[in-house]
Design a protein around this ligand. Structure first.
Ligand SMILES: Nc1ncnc2c1ncn2[C@@H]1O[C@H](COP(=O)(O)OP(=O)(O)O)[C@@H](O)[C@H]1O
Ligand SMILES: [Mg+2]
Length: 412
């Protein structure tokens, strides 16, 4: 064989080899179209949005250890049919330089939680707070959100005071609000207790009733203070013989920070158990606000808060407190109108909500009274009163709503 022929032969061999390699690469690439990121559904990837769910570092570590938090697991399962690019991350996983996120997703084919790197998502759902250490990074991430076309669906906390302050300017909500002020001088609480036999104090942050105190003024001008102690699962009761002592305790409790003082609602009661209501609302796949469930929470005996309690469907409650059919019909109608107003007005003030938990009360005279809006509800009452299936439907609806938003975005 001449050296030229040898070269040609070699060239041919190389080309054949390359063709083989390229063939398998292209086969590999086309197989990756579906499988490169198993969190991706088997459809045209462009038409599918990324939904990033921001949760705590602890939740992410638990996912990595294949020990998912119940609600995150439910949300991931709901995605089996909806097929978004769904991933979970904590602030620690955000890389603001590369504009990408290290997160966890559920691989349905291998039935395993896996880690991957994701682009900034089209939609961001917040299901938890940010560790102090990562606050700055998170702020940068949020400031990038606009240019990155990322839509925030629920803010983390709404700020009770901001909500009240705004609602006071909305005529349709006026009748549902209790007098509420923010403490700015030591005598504020005194004046509120002069006007109302009992008041509720609330920290400007805090959830699950942790920063909520009930104060009553007695006839002899003593002050009784009630606080639910979550770690001991009982109610702490304190008696103060004068206002100074009360103020001293309260100031220390809120660590010198401002707090809200709210006229107490005369809540419905059954055998000393106070009752209030948690409604879960969400937007459906057609953008319509729907009420997923309304659960009455029946507190522990003598507890100032109804959190950590039993929950029943509101219909069940009406049966328990002997409300006539006529009154019940009136109340249901009014509750529905009230809830829709609260949802819409909160969106006007903040941003679009995929879902919202609204706390309210029915007082002894059957008036409806607003308590607070929650942007990342734990849905515990919904689960307890309505069961797992309703919770699953609500999870799926969040994903369908995101899908709907994205298809709307793609049309423009
Ligand atoms: N003004 C009020 N009158 C009577 N009860 C109240 C009042 N505000 C709060 N509560 C009770 O305290 C609970 C916790 O208050 P809430 O404002 O919802 O704080 P959190 O954010 O901690 O849930 C409510 O679910 C309700 O049972
Ligand atoms: Mg609440």
């Amino acid at each position: 064989m001449s050296s030229d022929m040898k070269d040609d032969q070699e060239q041919e061999n190389i080309e054949r080899e390359w063709a083989g390699v390229l063939g398998s690469v292209s086969k590999w690439v086309s197989s990756l179209k579906d499988g490169e990121d198993p969190s991706m559904p088997k459809e045209e990837s462009d038409s599918i949005p990324y939904l990033g769910v921001l949760t705590s570092g602890k939740n992410i570590r638990n996912l990595a250890a294949q020990n998912p938090h119940y609600r995150l697991k439910k949300l991931a399962e709901a995605n089996k049919e909806v097929k978004l690019h769904l991933f979970f991350f904590s602030a620690k996983g955000i890389d603001v330089e590369k504009k990408q996120i290290s997160g966890m997703y559920y691989d349905f084919s291998e039935m395993e939680w896996k880690q991957n790197t994701f682009p900034y998502p089209h939609y961001l759902l917040r299901r938890g707070g940010i560790a102090k250490k990562y606050k700055e990074r998170f702020r940068t991430f949020l400031s990038q959100s606009e240019e990155e076309n990322m839509t925030r669906l629920n803010p983390s906390t709404l700020g009770n005071w901001k909500v009240y302050h705004y609602f006071r300017t909305v005529p349709s909500l006026e009748n549902y609000l209790q007098e509420t002020i923010i403490s700015s001088k030591p005598s504020d609480l005194f004046h509120m207790l002069y006007r109302h036999p009992h008041v509720y104090l609330k920290g400007l942050t805090g959830r699950k009733g942790k920063n909520v105190i009930r104060v009553e003024r007695t006839r002899g001008n003593n002050y009784h203070l009630f606080r639910y102690n979550a770690s001991r699962k009982n109610v702490d009761t304190l008696v103060f013989v004068n206002y100074q002592e009360l103020m001293f305790y309260v100031t220390r409790f809120y660590k010198g920070k401002k707090f809200m003082i709210q006229e107490g609602i005369d809540l419905l009661e059954i055998k000393n158990r106070r009752i209030d209501v948690r409604a879960e609302l969400q937007r459906n796949e057609k953008d319509k606000i729907i009420i997923r469930g309304i659960s009455a929470r029946i507190g522990r005996a003598n507890s100032p808060i109804t959190t950590h309690a039993e929950a029943v469907k509101i219909d069940h409650l009406f049966g328990m407190v002997n409300i006539s059919q006529e009154e019940k019909d009136r109340l249901v109608k009014e509750i529905e109108t009230f809830l829709l107003h609260v949802y819409q007005e909160t969106e006007k003030k903040f941003c679009t909500f995929a879902e919202m938990g609204i706390d309210f009360a029915i007082d002894k005279a059957h008036n409806i009274k607003f308590i607070e809006c929650n942007s990342s509800s734990t849905k515990v009452s919904l689960l307890n009163a309505y069961g797992e299936e309703t919770l699953e439907v609500s999870m799926k609806m969040v994903l369908l709503y995101v899908k709907h938003l994205y298809s709307k975005r793609m049309r423009f």
